[in-house]
Design a binder for this molecule. Structure first.
Ligand SMILES: C[S@@+](CC[C@H](N)C(=O)[O-])C[C@H]1O[C@@H](n2cnc3c(N)ncnc32)[C@H](O)[C@@H]1O
Length: 284
């Protein structure tokens, strides 16, 4: 019931720069020092910092003068400071400024069975990515969101299969629904099909099949649902997120096999990484 209070506390501390400030100062800081450097009220800052201590995002210690001073925990240093190679700062910022606002209309999304861009941002979502990239700033924020997770999960999905037989690997740019696709041995579609309906997914996969060299294949990277619908919770929540934000959904391995087979691909191999994203390899 109160999970959103925790999320908002994390969003607020990140966006106001608490973890960054503590990282840059290279020494623990008191409430009043942090309040001044963040430009915030002392009372509000103290409540925020203490909630972060209970969430194990900050350490609190008393210095020799009897003043309570705060520092980042290891988890915050690794995931919440901007300069860390495994920083989730941009994902958190996008969750706060975009996803959180869309989820305000989750009831409507479930009722209507469609995304809520119009209500959340006043933009028409007929062309999904025109809505998502409604300004250069939004596009850059989305790119940061997309990139940040691969610093944590990328290795597991790219090492899930031996890709060494594929000499020419293609990451599709342009407009993959309209443009002619280049010939390649392997096409990588990471978090692409989950944006689209079954029909559009098969349309794209069939185009890829047509351009794919014989013996080549396609590597899908997606968050897989269990076959019996019992989880994982993260994939189920992501599927709701696909509802509020896109035209697609998260799917089971058998759903992706069906789409791949409908486009002509065979020999579908599934690799569950045990983390957020899984890998599926299919051959022409
Ligand atoms: C959910 S993001 C995944 C990005 C990246 N593959 C990853 O996993 O981090 C979906 C991507 O599809 C791209 N996209 C959407 N429609 C497209 C189209 N018609 N042609 C080419 N790319 C498109 C978007 O620009 C966005 O980069």
């Amino acid at each position: 019931m109160e999970g959103f209070l925790v999320s908002k506390t994390l969003f607020c501390a990140c966006e106001l720069g608490v973890f960054e400030q503590l990282h840059e100062s290279q020494r623990p800081l008191s409430v009043s020092e942090l309040a001044v450097s963040l430009g915030c009220s002392e009372d509000g800052t103290e409540r925020l910092l203490n909630a972060c201590v209970s969430l194990e995002l900050l350490n609190a210690n008393t210095d020799p003068h009897g003043t309570v001073v705060y520092s980042n925990t290891e988890m915050s240093s690794v995931f919440l400071t901007k300069s860390s190679p495994t920083s989730l700062f941009h994902s958190i910022e996008y969750s706060s400024r975009t996803i959180y606002l869309c989820w305000h209309y989750l009831n409507d999304a479930v009722r209507e069975g469609k995304n809520q861009y119009e209500k959340a941002f006043g933009v028409n979502s007929k062309d999904l990515f025109e809505a998502l990239y409604r300004s250069d700033e939004e596009m850059v924020k989305f790119m940061h969101l997309m990139n940040s997770i691969w610093n944590i999960c990328g290795r597991d999905v790219v090492t899930a299969f031996d890709l060494s037989p594929f000499r020419c690997i293609c990451d599709l740019g342009g407009d993959f629904f309209k443009d002619e696709l280049p010939q390649a041995d392997l096409y990588i579609l990471a978090r692409i099909l989950h944006d689209w309906t079954d029909q559009r997914s098969v349309e794209l996969l069939a185009k890829i099949y047509h351009s794919c060299r014989p013996g080549g294949g396609v590597l899908l990277v997606e968050s897989l649902l269990y076959e019996d619908d019992s989880g994982p919770l993260t994939a189920q929540l992501y599927s709701l997120n696909m509802l509020v934000q896109t035209e697609g959904r998260e799917r089971k391995a058998s759903d992706y096999s069906r789409l791949l087979n409908a486009a002509g691909f065979t020999h579908v191999h599934i690799h569950h990484t045990g983390k957020i994203y899984d890998a599926i390899l299919a051959r022409k």
